[in-house]
Design a protein around this ligand. Structure first.
Ligand code: NI
Length: 227
């Protein structure tokens, strides 16, 4: 299941990040790709250990921390520091699945990548191509969002970025280890949480139906958490 999350960053945060990225050094994106993905990857990235990379990463992390939809959809245990990439004209990333294990820079801690996220940083009208194409059990989805919006999808999905044919596409991307490893269970919890939020708009919070469903939601998380 893909979840689109609008306004993860404010327009001011997007503008600031873009301003810093304008003057940063970009390196070949293949430096962080596995051997097989490196064959189909053609883009640029900000070095994760650079001062700009670390500062901008914190801004994205703050946006995630205040976003209830991200918490509900990803049920995060660990979030790897967000990275930044760009696709100029002719750049692309062919079909691949992201590596299953990544190491948190500086700590050596190993993270299982359950959820992939792409946060768009360029207005959609400023470039052509550059769609994120995700293949999941429900078919193929093409995603291109306004700056500041984000898509979250299972890291088990085959995906690609189509060639940019005009302009330049900038984005932040990162992985999350979820408290709920199984995509299907995570999706059911997300749907249940959305339904509880909707029902709370029509009945009081102390209504027995709301109390019962909320208890069920928390007990499912308790039962399914694998950490
Ligand atoms: Ni990928």
């Amino acid at each position: 299941m893909l979840v689109v999350i609008p306004d993860v960053l404010t327009p001011e945060e997007v503008a600031y990040i873009r301003q810093v990225l304008e003057r940063t050094n970009w390196i070949d994106g293949r430096t962080t790709a596995g051997e097989q993905a490196a064959l189909v990857k053609k883009n640029l990235q900000v070095p994760v250990d650079s001062q700009e990379g670390r500062e901008l990463s914190q801004i994205v992390m703050r946006g995630l921390a205040r976003n209830d939809t991200f918490s509900s959809a990803a049920l995060p245990l660990h979030v790897l520091p967000p990275m930044f990439n760009r696709y100029d004209e002719g750049m692309t990333f062919g079909a691949h699945v992201d590596g299953s294990i990544r190491v948190i820079p500086g700590t050596g801690q190993r993270i299982r990548t359950d959820v992939s996220s792409t946060l768009f940083l360029t207005p959609a009208e400023d470039y052509d191509g550059g769609e994120l194409v995700v293949h999941d059990t429900y078919g193929t989805h093409s995603v291109k969002l306004p700056a500041g919006h984000m898509v979250v999808y299972p890291a088990t999905s085959m995906h690609s970025v189509t060639p940019v044919t005009r302009g330049s596409r900038w984005a932040s991307f990162f992985w999350t280890q979820s408290m709920i490893k199984d995509d299907w269970r995570r999706n059911m919890l997300y749907d249940l949480d959305r339904s509880i939020i909707r029902i709370r708009q029509t009945v009081p919070d102390d209504d027995p139906a709301v109390v019962g469903l909320t208890a069920h939601y928390h007990n499912l998380i308790r039962h399914w958490t694998e950490v």
